[in-house]
Design a protein around this ligand. Structure first.
Ligand code: XIL
Length: 583
């Protein structure tokens, strides 16, 4: 995860999409097949294969035309999907063109293979477009893909390693097609209102990863209609956005941000300074403190300059030790020293004076938990010495164990207490990466715990005057980071792998159903609502059937916390405190 080698880059980027995500497209009359030999009536050329000789055990394959199909027999399959590849070069993908890829495939035993695009030299785009399940009977598959780069050396590949045996392909075609048209959207919410309909209660966000964004219009449609903000799941991480020193590759993030803007979604910058998913070049042990500071500043300046005007940035990610004892040992901390976070925030403030700057970490949600307390004390000390920090991102990755154990379920009271103490020191909190993974196998009790977790945490954020945003880390189990990271777990998200909403989604909509869109409780005080903390591009307009929400009225009552926050000059927090008291 921390390497910029092609394999690891693939691993990092790869979000695997099963065949359920297939989309059908209308072909333009002049669509041309870009592949010169996909029928394999006689010859296999120009298709080629690659078997890794460094795999353990080394992979080996034979490729031949059999019965008019291109068949690959793995005599030794290696240990990874990428140990054996079947590919086609020279498609010359064109930036912002949409492609329809169709093929027929079968295997001698049931198995999955991965369809991907990519090319060979940095900055290169290797995207797992889809995972495809094969049976012994040939099946037809159709995949869509938008290229965000001009890519004259593109390769179209199947990764087929790991499972020995034979796979056969036929009738492979790639055609350029028109951009998909947005279809009418109906929320699956049983309340009739999507999660996004209450921006004055809480802004809902989700992480979006580039491969599913580029290949699944249905995913994008749900995100655009159910959420108010997106966070790039990977594309802004240093190994991808500055893979080579001084060479910035903004293509993926530019595409995500442009789409977010077109859908009136906020966009969160994530992350600037992190030890994970960092490129190899910056990890060299020879660099001095001063050199490391310069690298950090250059990265902050470049990203915040390019993405000027984002409402929120995770400036430093996961820098505290899990034990609760001070800093985590990382190349940033160990080579710069304890002041690297102070330096990062000061630089970020100078790079964009108007954005809100966050420290983001996991397992810091609860007061009384060693890491939660360590983070609070650390952030308080930052504030006390004038470091320009606006907020803390509470990642909120939690779980129920495979045997149903609750060691990974937080105390909601402890989270409430934690948010309250941050409010007292004038610091905002956002839930930034929420998910609740379930130890396999799935059962009803675990599903019920998931609904309870998501809905209770949402309520806590709503109730806290300083919590304006609740982001889930990925829309669905279809593109989840969980199974590859925590192998005994899955099913962490609000939508399942068929992009259908789960009980946890409905439970969250039920929480919102207690509120008017203006932020007041239904049946509560009739006074007007107040907007969540600043920077909203989406605030004020519901995505529910295009209904506009009336602009918020002025705050009419002022509670004690609001007075305190107002006195501290935290007008946004004060408005929210005022709103909560009215509710
Ligand atoms: C995760 C991504 O979702 C995965 O696709 C990737 O392989 C690893 O990183 N904390 C963070 C996020 O701040 O950036 C991480 O995202 C999850 C943990």
């Amino acid at each position: 995860m921390t390497s910029s080698t092609p394999k690891n880059r693939l691993k990092n980027l790869g979000r695997l999409l099963p065949a359920t995500a297939l989309c059908l497209w209308a072909l333009p009359a002049n669509a041309a097949n870009l592949i010169s030999n996909g029928t394999f009536d006689t010859a296999k050329d120009p298709w080629w294969g690659n078997a890794s000789s460094t795999a353990d055990p080394p992979a080996d394959q034979t490729i031949a035309v059999e019965d008019g199909k291109l068949c690959v027999t793995m005599t030794s399959a290696g240990s990874n999907p990428w140990d054996e590849i079947l590919g086609y070069s020279g498609i010359a993908l064109v930036k912002d063109t949409y492609y329809k890829i169709s093929f027929s495939a079968s295997a001698d035993v049931e198995r999955t293979i991965k369809f991907k695009t990519g090319l060979g030299s940095a900055p290169y785009s290797d995207y797992f477009v889809q995972t495809v399940s094969l049976t012994t009977t040939p099946q037809d598959f159709t995949v869509t893909y938008r290229s965000v780069r001009d890519d004259p050396m593109a390769q179209f590949q199947f990764q087929i390693g790991k499972t020995p045996g034979k796979v056969c392909f036929d009738n492979i075609a790639i055609e350029d097609v028109p951009a998909p048209v947005d279809e009418p959207y109906t929320t699956p919410s049983l309340t009739g209102k999507p999660l996004s309909a209450f921006p004055k209660v809480v802004m809902m966000g989700t992480a979006v990863d580039t491969p599913i964004f580029l290949s699944n219009p249905r995913h994008n449609q749900i995100v655009a209609n159910e959420f108010n903000m997106i966070t790039p799941a990977n594309s802004m991480k240093m190994n991808l956005i500055q893979p080579v020193q001084g060479m910035f590759d903004y293509a993926d993030t530019d595409a995500l941000r442009a789409w977010a803007t077109s859908k009136n979604l906020e966009f969160r910058g994530h992350p600037l300074v992190w030890h994970t998913q960092a490129p190899d070049w910056i990890k060299g042990t020879e660099f001095t403190r001063d050199e490391m500071i310069q690298f950090m500043y250059a990265h902050i300046d470049a990203l915040m300059g390019h993405y000027q005007g984002l409402p929120y940035w995770d400036v430093v990610n996961e820098a505290l030790d899990d034990s609760g004892n001070g800093f985590r040992s990382t190349f940033w901390h160990d080579r710069i020293g304890d002041d690297f976070i102070d330096l990062a925030f000061a630089r970020a403030r100078a790079a964009d004076p108007n954005t809100k700057l966050f420290y983001n970490d996991y397992n810091i949600e609860q007061a009384g938990n060693p890491k939660g307390d360590s983070a609070f004390n650390f952030v308080k000390a930052l504030k006390d010495r004038g470091v320009p920090i606006d907020g803390v991102g509470l990642q909120a990755h939690y779980f129920v164990t495979p045997d149903g154990g609750t060691s990974g379920v937080p105390s909601m009271d402890a989270i409430r207490a934690n948010m309250a103490r941050y409010a007292e020191i004038g610091v905002e909190v956002h839930i930034t990466e929420c998910d609740f993974r379930l130890g396999k196998p799935l059962d009803q009790a675990k599903t019920d715990m998931q609904s309870k977790f998501y809905s209770e945490l949402l309520q806590i954020c709503i109730d806290a005057p300083n919590c304006s945003h609740f982001t889930v880390w990925g829309l669905s189990d279809l593109d989840s980071w969980v199974p590859s990271t925590f192998t005994e777990y899955d099913y962490a998200h609000l939508y399942d792998s068929a992009l259908m909403p789960k009980p946890a989604y409905q439970a969250m909509t039920q929480v919102f159903a207690k509120y008017n869109p203006d932020g007041t409780l239904i049946g509560g005080s009739p006074s007007g609502g107040s907007p969540p903390s600043g920077g909203s591009q989406a605030g004020g307009e519901s995505k529910d059937s295009g209904c506009a929400i009336a602009p918020a009225g002025p705050a009419r009552k002022t509670g004690s916390l609001a007075v305190l926050l107002g006195a501290l000059g935290l007008s946004t927090l004060a408005r929210r405190a005022s709103k909560r008291r009215r509710s």
